[in-house]
Write a protein that binds this ligand. Sequence first.
Ligand SMILES: Nc1nc2c(c(=O)[nH]1)N[C@H]1C(S)=C(S)[C@@H](COP(=O)(O)O)O[C@H]1N2
Ligand SMILES: [Mo]
Length: 397
Amino acid sequence: MRLPRVEDIESRIPRPEDFESRARGTALTARVGMALGIAFSICFLTGIWSHWQYQTPGWLPLGPNPTQLYRFTQGTHILSGIAAIPLLLVKLWSVFPRLFIRPPTKPGRELVIEILERASIGVLVAAAFFQLSSGLLNIAQWYPWNFSFRSTHYAVAWISIGAILVHIAVKLPAIRKGLGVPVNAPVDKDDVENDDDDPDAPTRRMVLQGAFVASGLAVLLTAGQTVPFLRKVSVFAVRDGNGPQDLPINRTASGAGSAKAAMDPNFVLEIVAKGQTISLSRDQLLAMPQRTHRLPITCVEGWSRNAVWTGPSLRDVIAMVGAPADSDVTIRSMQTKGAFGVSVLPANYVKDHRALLALELNGETLSLDHGYPCRIIAPNRPGVFQTKWVRRLEVKA
Ligand SMILES: Nc1nc2c(c(=O)[nH]1)N[C@H]1C(S)=C(S)[C@@H](COP(=O)(O)O)O[C@H]1N2
Ligand SMILES: [Mo]
């Protein structure tokens, strides 16, 4: 038996011409690419914003207003990412045959350029895939990895956007050409006319419309987790808005290991400032002036909802130990399992009367899974900081 030679193997690898579909072509690629570029840019910017809502840089005057801002940016982040998924798949399909273009055989400048271009596209595709799939798994609240989602998603976001900018710069002439002609027209000699000689073959226009419809449908089917009037339509929403007291639950009290402490009839809230500690029972908290505000929960993982919360203002609670309203407050929960048991509410949020130590939700006593006996709720905050089952407030000096 003779071993296959390099030429034998090479002859079996398809060539770009072997791909029959004339529905591919630069005019299509450029259009899908532009839509994808827009979706990715929106996703990138809102993603950076989300990062800043978590770790606010000193120069950014981020505060409790506008109340619904983070709800809007994070909803847009998730939906633009979802819109990008079908667009990315169609875009990759449209250029797939180019993968089989034979590189120059002689070493030299052309080969180097070819290698660089392919490497940059490799980085782009890998980064885009990683961002969209890790984001999707994240909103499904499935974490099959053991790296930090947030810092990795953030780092790869910069790699993606850098690779996209390089890609646009390199492809600018082709993009111009592709956008400059009707979608079914050939762009250059490699591109064929894509019209009606075979009536059954899909046209470029059909593929383009299909891509936009798929992208729009994906958005529609998930948007209801943030946009109230779409709730009935969005059958793919991760959180449909149902849950006790008309609000979804991410983590239950038993899941967080806080149920026992939360139900303890002798519960007291500890408030610590300048080395002094006072304790207040739930009845004492209820006897304080109560405020009612409509405020959203915005989960980073893609759902958000407004609800009506009632309880004393956090600033009134810390005033009981003589702490000024202009203080950062560390909030500790009774949680014994998992993350998000502690958060810090910055002074500019504490000052706002609407930052509540909520005792009631939608007119009823807070249910156990929503944070009974008391939880934090403040305007324009990522959901993970709206700490439930609060047991201790520490005022920073
Ligand atoms: N103690 C504690 N508080 C918590 C959490 C938690 O895991 N533990 N989850 C947070 C998250 S991620 C969100 S989005 C909000 C709302 O979550 P819920 O629907 O589970 O109440 O509560 C936050 N408060
Ligand atoms: Mo969340």
